[in-house]
Design a protein around this ligand. Sequence first.
Ligand code: ATP
Length: 284
Amino acid sequence: MKVYEKAPAKINLLLDVLHKRDDGYHEVEMIMTMVDLADRLEMEELSRDTIIISSQAGYIPLDEKNLAFQAAKLIKDRYDVRKGVYIHLDKKIPVAAGLAGGSSDAAATLRGLNRLWGLGIPLDELSRLGAELGSDVPYCVTGGTAIARGRGELLEPIGNPPQCWVILAKPPINVSTADVYGRFRASQLSEHPSTAAMVSAIERGSFTYMCAGLGNVLESVTMKLYPEVEQLKESMQKLGAEGVLMSGSGPTVFGLVSKEAKVARIYNGLRGFCKEVYVVRMLT
Ligand code: ATP
């Protein structure tokens, strides 16, 4: 038997870090939504009790370091499943890009194996299980648009943002999320983005206020390490994107565009110097 699951990329419309906790994690407040750039997972039951991962992408680990492997192992162990699974990852989301590709694969594995093995685990329980794999996994299990608090696992679903075009551009650098958080100092922040303002913009369906409310406190850390991220942001703004922000810990920058007529110009302008550019829609 086989099941298929889509694992969409997420973007952060807002990312705030409140403080570092005693357990070493950072207390965050984020607003996340998903876009229609997605990995596709194929999961096939094996009678032999083993987990096998394959992918066309040569640049990700295929052993127990792969988050899909870890998700499969976790659900097998916790629910005492004595069967195996072959998981093929058709990767489309750029890796180490701030788009939660690995976390979304892990979440899709949990959802897919829940179906494949008829485990009947409720989605909120699956989301809690995901927290054991990584801070973004609980959100990726449920998807939609949500405020994430705690270390990312405390989720409050909100309405979908106003529909628009999203242009994603990833410079050719890989950013380590742990490194960026490690360098972040909350005490050096002069201002925090407003979650309340972004929620209100979304509730009112205001594209203009949504663009105005975008904010990510990790931008300054990543931009100091990689000035090309700041240059990319400026280019996207100059080309006409109405709201521009780095996603997660970067280096992907996204631009929000309300008019289709502008999209080709921005895409072509960026492609002049950035190889990885995607035009997508929000998953609403
Ligand atoms: P986040 O936004 O959650 O920080 P990211 O988009 O920055 O995530 P990922 O694409 O999830 O980063 O990759 C981070 C690391 O995880 C990479 O070094 C990669 O080798 C490893 N990894 C493990 N499993 C996967 C997977 N299924 N897909 C992609 N990367 C994976």
